[in-house]
Design a protein around this ligand. Sequence first.
Ligand code: ADP
Ligand code: MG
Length: 611
Amino acid sequence: MTVKTGSISIDAQNIMPVIKRWLYSDKDIFVRELISNGVDAITKLKLIQSLDKDEELKITLTLNKEKGTLSFEDNGIGMTQEEVEKYINQVALSGAEDFVKNYTQAEDAGIIGHFGLGFYSSFMAASHVTIDTLSYQEGAEAVRWDSEDGIAFEIKSGERSQRGTLITLHIAEDEKEFLETHRIRQVLNKYCAFMPVPIYFVDAAEEAKKNDEKTAPTPINDTNPLWFKPPRECTDEEYIETYHKLFHTFDDPLFWVHLNVDYPFNLKGILYFPRIRRDFAGQEGEIKLFNRQVYVADNIKEIIPEFLLVLKGVIDCPDLPLNVSRSFLQNDGQVRKISAHIAKKVADKLTGLFKTDRPTYEKYWDDIHPFIKYGALRDSKFYEAMKDVILYKTTEDNYLTLEEYQERNQDKVEKKVIYTADAARQEGQVALYRSRSIDVVVMDTIIDISFLSFMEYSSNLGENTPTFVRVDADISGLEADEEADSSISQKEMENLFRKVTGLDTLEVKLQPLQDEQLNALLTEDEQTRRFADMNALYGRELGLTQQQTLVVNPKSSTIKALVQLKDEKRKELIAAQIYDLARLATRPLEKDDLRRFLKRSQDLIAALAEN
Ligand code: ADP
Ligand code: MG
């Protein structure tokens, strides 16, 4: 063969600057491109030739820090001189497509090709690249290709005696990080951990130290990722092991959904539910997107429904045109279908678990409910699928569906759902409901505020639509079925309590309550309070004064006695104490209020001790 030199076809001049300007952080992508070309070369060989069983088809990446090289070797199909000229020199041409057309009838030949940057990405890290290749064809001659800038090249006879291709990168002066073992291992882990052909990493420096010791090398990758196995054949241990491998963690996931779709698109994957923090603020999941076992990217929002981005997992989808822009993905019908399918699968898994193993489902509930509620708010189809299995946790640690709650409590509170936003602080009021055997549900995460209004306005439950009432918002279920004692005047009570609290707008209402020991209760209108809470959440202080109602129980013997008292001072002392106790049932007292309460309590016991 004569030596040929030339300049890559015109496209290259356009493509090189683009490649060189490629996102700095993604420079390591050349490793993925070169290794996946090796994978393609081996896949092609398997497709056209029956092979000697003893020969391991593999890729070897060798780091030689001393020489400043990184080389990629495969024993795949190799290239003839014409092929090098056609596929390497004419950058714009994707050889993968050509191959599938010429050699196989199969549409799905499993060839990776088409990542976009391809072979030329090697020039992002190298100042000189050589290709030594020998085609599988009978009588083929070895070829050597050489280029320093990816534009001017030389092609001549080579010396390679084994079938396959060796690509050697002389790492550029300012890309020395790619000569560090740990960096290469990190890149291999990121892109190649699940590629379909065994990949070996050889560090020449370490190899030299080892001298004679012979240990069988192990590939850095798992060539049969679990997500391709039929779900029936996978064990829990395997799922957990894959999770550890994917996320380099020792944590265990709560559970998982195995996605396995062939039609109308091809998609395999495993979605894991990690333990989710209660407020899930700032919690980010990690969903890795693969294309035929080659890592492509993380958290592609267009493919994963937004509310599932707190999950972790992998999605392998060869049907996606992954090298195209995000805006294309956003408008692609296929992509939307995939996203909808993922949401549906997750809902199926959860409803299935609810039906077959409710105790386990309940056990997970505390961890998974924020994202389920978020999903319900965001995605009406997801809500429809999930609506019968959304649970409400009670202060007694029961997990009830809305239907169950309504069934158990409707004779006392009708379609209302009594809830607490803070079971510990509101224990005073919670206890009143408990004593009346009314379930109180716990709604104490950020998402709950929006979720309960969603249920009230958009749940499509017709006459079963719930109204959520906080324990301190009204007295449903606590009142007694009798008229107020006429010997006590509403006006007199109002004057008394307004005076001792200094609140001119305090509403006072006489209402017999079931619990005779209870003197009074303080309520705040649910809607006004929610509005204020919402504003507080967004950091807005509206300075609204809350409309509070003091419900005074005329059945209480203390109230009865209070009315009879002649000593005004004493009467006011007791009234002030009753008001503070009513307040304390739902929230702590602060500063001046607390100081006054403590002082008054001391005065009261002092008076008691005197008598
Ligand atoms: P693509 O993989 O999309 O075809 P590349 O730029 O990565 O684009 O590679 C161009 C072509 O060069 C390949 O399709 C293939 O024909 C050839 N090629 C590259 N690397 C190898 C290799 N290791 N063995 C055989 N052929 C190769
Ligand atoms: Mg390629």
